[in-house]
Write a protein that binds this ligand. Structure first.
Ligand code: ATP
Length: 198
C-alpha cells in the first residue's frame, strides 16, 4: 500500500495545503492519506492562538473525503519530530511504502530535520514549489539530497502562493478577502468561533 503523510501546523489549514494534496494525489495513486497536525513544530517558532482541537477540527472539515486526520502528534504532547511519527506509523504499517508531502520551504531545510538520513531511508519525499520562479532551486536541492540517498518527486504545478501567516494577519486586521484562501467550511468555523482575531 502507498501511504502519503502530510504534516504541518495547519494554523489554519488553507487552499494551498489542499491544492498540494490534490496535485500529489493526481500523480500518485495513494491508497491512504494521513494528515498530521503538529504539536510543537521543531522548525518554527509558534505560539498557537487557537486550540489543538480547533486545528484538528479545521483539518477534518478541509480534508473530509480526501484524507484521514490523525491526532497522533497532538496526543504525544511533545516536540513533533517526523522521525518519531514515522516510527510510530511503521509499527502499524510495517510493509507499506511511505511518502511524505511538503512544500519547497521544508525541502530547503530538510537536512535540519532530526535524524534526516534515517528519515530518507524510510520515506520518499513529494514536494511542490510555493513561490513563482523557484523551480530551479527546488531541482538543485533535490539533486543535493539525492546524493545522500533521498528519493524525491517534484510536482510540477503552478504554485499557489498563500500561507497560514498571511491568512492570520488578514483576519486580525479585518480584511474580509481572507475567505478566498480557505475552504468554505473552514471560513464558517473561523467566523463562528471568532478565531485569529487577536
Ligand atoms: P505559516 O504561514 O504559519 O508558517 P504555512 O502556510 O507554511 O504556515 P504549514 O501548516 O506550516 O503552513 O505547512 C504544512 C506543509 O504544507 C509544509 O510542508 C508547507 O511547505 C506546505 N505548504 C503550505 N502552504 C503551501 C502552499 N501554498 N503551497 C505548497 N505547499 C504548502
Amino acid at each position: 500500500m502507498k501511504i502519503c503523510f502530510f504534516g504541518g501546523t495547519f494554523n489554519p489549514v488553507h487552499n494551498g495545503h489542499i491544492r498540494l494534496l490534490e496535485n500529489a494525489s493526481k500523480h500518485f495513486a495513494f491508497d491512504k492519506i494521513i494528515v498530521i497536525p503538529t504539536n510543537i513544530p521543531p522548525h518554527k517558532e509558534v505560539i498557537f492562538s487557537v486550540s489543538d482541537d480547533d486545528r484538528l477540527t479545521m483539518c477534518k472539515l478541509a480534508f473530509d473525503g480526501m484524507a484521514e486526520v490523525s491526532d497522533y502528534e497532538i496526543r504525544e504532547n511533545t516536540i513533533s519530530y517526523t522521525i518519531n511519527t514515522i516510527h510510530h506509523f511503521k509499527e502499524i504499517y510495517p510493509d507499506d511504502e511511505f511518502y511524505f508531502l511538503m512544500g519547497s520551504d521544508m525541502l530547503f531545510m530538510f537536512e535540519k530535520w532530526k535524524n534526516y538520513k534515517e528519515l530518507i531511508s524510510l520515506i520518499s519525499i513529494v514536494v511542490a514549489s510555493r513561490e513563482d520562479d523557484e523551480m530551479s532551486s527546488v531541482e538543485k536541492k533535490k539533486l543535493e539530497l539525492e546524493e545522500d540517498g533521498a528519493k524525491i518527486y517534484i510536482i510540477k504545478a503552478e504554485p499557489y502562493v498563500v500561507s497560514s501567516s498571511l491568512i492570520r494577519d488578514k483576519i486580525k486586521s479585518g480584511e474580509k478577502d481572507f475567505s478566498c484562501y480557505l475552504p468554505e467550511r473552514v471560513v464558517e468555523y473561523i467566523l463562528e468561533k471568532k478565531l485569529y482575531l487577536e
